[in-house]
Ligand binder design. Sequence first.
Ligand SMILES: [Mg+2]
Length: 118
Amino acid sequence: MVVDDRPAIRQLLAEALGDGGHKVILAANGYEAIEIVQQQRPDLILLDLKMPGLSGLETLREINKFSSGIPVILITAYGELSDPGEAERMGVRCLIIKPFDLHEVRAVVRRVLDGLSV
Ligand SMILES: [Mg+2]
């Protein structure tokens, strides 16, 4: 599942991951993301940190109330989290810094889905 408030970024990631052979579900905000996880448990969440409404981490806190263990890749324009420990406990496996390289995104997604370290 790709969660980002910017349509162009959702589109870009959907195409890149679709080309990589993944089935991609798109969410435009945290509320949609929570609803999707309630209905179908995605294998992985690519999650934008900065979104209007619920932020990426707020979204993740809600998701973790009913579903834990889904690996998460956070997409951010900044390199640091205020509480990396909490993020890790909520499933965050790594950060991808914007502007990102699509080859890198595909490689990281593949590694996380394969259960490898990133
Ligand atoms: Mg954003």
